[in-house]
Design a protein around this ligand. Sequence first.
Ligand code: ADP
Ligand code: MG
Length: 279
Amino acid sequence: MPENNSPLLEFKDVCLQFGEKWALRNVSLTLNPGETRIILGAAGSGKTMLLKAVIGLIPVDSGEICLFGETVTSMQEQQLYGLRSRAGFLFQEGGLFDSLTIGENVEYPLLNRQAEDGKDKISEEDAEKRVREALRFVELEQTFHQFPSEVSGGMRRRVGIARAIVTEPPLVLYDSPTAGLDPITANTIMALIAKERDTKNSASLIVTHRYQDGEIMANFRYGEGEELHPVQDGHESKEWEERTKFIVMKDGEIVFLGTRDELEASEDNYVRRFVRKET
Ligand SMILES: Nc1ncnc2c1ncn2[C@@H]1O[C@H](COP(=O)(O)OP(=O)(O)O)[C@@H](O)[C@H]1O
Ligand SMILES: [Mg+2]
């Protein structure tokens, strides 16, 4: 668990190079419970590497990364397994196992987690209950016995979300959750991600190419009545603005970090490429 004042996640001057190419260049950021960072940037700008570095899936060259109060950058592979099982991850390509049913796919992190932390084995009954809850959360409980190939691309993405959140992680990493989906399905996915944030107060890092995805996170909240609704102007919107920030990456570097208003006011040509112009 994080110590009293330490953030959930902190990057201090993190660098990673492949030859001459910077994948991460002096990256510093902090993230607290309930906060969201929307990560924008050209292909190859380091977005995926940033997410992978969080859970030590890629070792960095220098700098320090602390997650849940532990120092990822000084951990051995063995210790990293345990830490990883405490964060949720939706991979860029979905990453479901084709040979497992949807229920088994969602159960996977639960089993993995208990194998790592050596706690008492979760009963089959409890595991199934948790899996069904996670599937219900993404409104796909009926697919429990089906295989990934039997459902649509949008449904597979929702299964991926169920798998990412089944352990109730305090931090969820989403790599391009809406890529390749039609706009309506993409909005459904973002609504689920906002619902996860607002019902669990979890922190999230979201890589996306769709500016709209960030707008949904910044301008809507999942409230009473179980619906996504616009954040009210005034106090609530101020607070929300601070909790949802945008990051723009370029050649491994964070060239912008700020609120939606700050992003829209940016005059930097590179940054502007990622902001949808109002028509
Ligand atoms: N295993 C690797 N070997 C060499 N270069 C890599 C490797 N993985 C990533 N890179 C480079 O690191 C940079 C950042 O990659 P990535 O984070 O995947 O970009 P994106 O922003 O598209 O997600 C890219 O230039 C990529 O080519
Ligand atoms: Mg990527």
